[in-house]
Design a protein around this ligand. Structure first.
Ligand code: CMX
Length: 435
């Protein structure tokens, strides 16, 4: 058994025992009450699942196993003096709750490299799709096509005991995460660079090699990818992509199917696709205003026009957060260090000054502040990754780390099929009469 799997086995046995006794002794205690507003309003805030890998505070933002992003930037191992953390370290932390040592992270980089070969038929599936297929649809199709390799599905068909589900899920999670950068890079080079692919550099780490295969050789871009793939990894369990993986996974479909479900969810413009929408919005604004150095007044006018047309301002607002997203701030810190002269980054910073008061003025937006998607595209454009329809794939590669480590926990803890209750409007009418 590999070192990470053995650590997970021991932790999971301990926590599962504790969880069982909590439910036995305290199972009747009320964790929440649900209002009709929540029933109609997308279940905001309803406490309804266990998610160990991260937790989101409305004011403070995300903490991964108790650590904030600035803390992780200091504590997680990095590569040869790079000042950004390695996503391998975050995966380790999310899976077993411990900050790994450098040698453990190096082991994980090597382990993922060993598991990274993508089946030939997956490339054939991608090649069969028309070139105008959105990169997120390509990404999802590729993931579904690899279900044929699922160890969980094979072992289940052979009659696996439920006590071994976690083991097969761990194997699938590790294999899938290992392969995602190659698939994503293949989609990018096929769609935007005449199908000219770049061989992996086996001496690099997971994110660095991904940056290399995308075809951007700048070392700063490798560093950015390490940061990017770390901060997008997890945002507790209730967000749409994570919750989808949790729901689909609860049916015992494989990690491949559950993760593909999560990716279809991430591909919506109110969620992960907002990262492409932000850059599209900025490009269209530059075009309409006829300048890449617009004044704050010009930006305010364009924002107002967008709202008047019944559209949202992408990259702003959040279902849980009530402050600027620390993932936005982490990217801003990176950009302040390396990209303060970038025209497009400066537009993002001006939007940060202009948009919140306008959204606040609408009197209905609960969070007028920027989210993670408000900043990411501008940095990518600076390094030459301008094809914004690809951006959500980058988000998806990162999100695998959180949702698949959480799926290992769901399987280890033996969580049942998820099945909340829906009600009809007739039920609501009766309920109102009676209450
Ligand atoms: N621009 C314009 N209007 C906005 C807005 C924005 N950025 N954010 C919220 N609103 C509006 C809502 O559309 C809603 O209007 P109606 O009452 O007319 O329907 C009202 O304000 C109240 O919404 P809310 O309670 O503040 O926000 P929700 O929890 O319903 O929605 C979110 C959250 C993210 C979908 C919303 O803020 C939004 O659409 N933002 C823009 C898209 C975006 O950036 N999404 C990415 C989120 C991060 C991620 O998942 O990656």
């Amino acid at each position: 058994m590999d070192i990470l799997k053995e650590k997970f086995r021991v932790k999971a046995a301990e926590i599962t025992k504790e969880a069982k006794s909590i439910v036995k002794e305290h199972g009747a205690k009320k964790a929440d009450e649900v209002s009709l507003r929540q029933v109609f309003g997308g279940m905001r805030g309803v406490k309804s699942m266990i998610w160990e890998t991260s937790n989101l505070d409305p004011e403070e933002g995300i903490r991964f196993r108790g650590y904030s992003i600035p803390e992780l930037r200091k504590l997680l191992p990095s590569r040869n003096g790079d000042d950004q953390p390695l996503p391998e370290g975050l995966f380790w932390l999310m899976l077993v709750g411990e900050i790994p040592e450098q040698k453990e992270v190096d082991w994980l980089s090597d382990e993922w490299e060993k598991r990274a070969t993508v089946p030939a038929h997956t490339y054939a599936v991608l090649d069969a799709l028309p070139s105008h297929t959105h990169p997120m649809s390509q990404f999802t199709a590729a993931i579904v096509s690899m279900e044929s390799e699922s160890i969980f599905s094979q072992r289940y068909a052979d009659g696996m005991s439920k006590y071994d589900y976690w083991d097969a899920t761990y194997e699938d999670a590790m294999n899938l995460i290992a392969k995602l950068p190659r698939i994503a890079a293949y989609i990018y080079r096929k769609t935007f660079h005449d199908n000219k692919h770049i061989e992996p550099d086996l001496s690099l780490d997971w994110a660095g090699n991904f940056a290399h295969m995308l075809g951007i050789s700048d070392n700063q871009f490798k560093s950015l990818m390490r940061l990017y793939l770390t901060i997008h990894a997890d945002h507790e369990g209730g967000n749409a992509s994570a919750h989808t993986v949790h729901l689909v996974g609860s049916t015992l479909s494989s990690s491949y199917m559950a993760f593909a479900g999560g990716m279809t969810s991430l591909a919506g413009p109110l969620h992960g696709l907002a990262n492409q929408e932000v850059i599209k919005f900025i490009f269209e604004m530059i075009e309409e205003l006829g300048t890449d150095n617009p004044s704050k007044d010009e930006i305010a006018g364009y924002v107002q026009k967008t709202l008047d047309a019944g559209k949202v301002i992408p990259g702003y607002g959040h279902a849980v957060l009530r402050q600027p997203d620390p993932r936005f701030t982490a990217q801003r810190v990176f950009a302040e260090k390396y990209l303060s002269d970038s025209t497009i980054v400066n537009i993002v910073w001006k939007l940060f000054e202009v948009v919140p008061p306008i959204l606040e003025g609408l009197g209905k937006v609960k969070n007028p502040w920027p989210n993670v998607d408000a900043h990411s595209g501008a940095i990518l454009v600076h390094y030459g990754l301008k094809e914004y329809s690809f951006y959500t794939v980058l988000f998806g590669v990162s999100r695998a780390l959180g949702v698949l480590s959480a799926l290992c926990w769901s399987r280890a803890m033996g969580f049942p099929l998820e099945r909340p209750k829906s009600v009809t409007l007739d039920w609501v009418r009766e309920f109102i009469k009676e209450s």
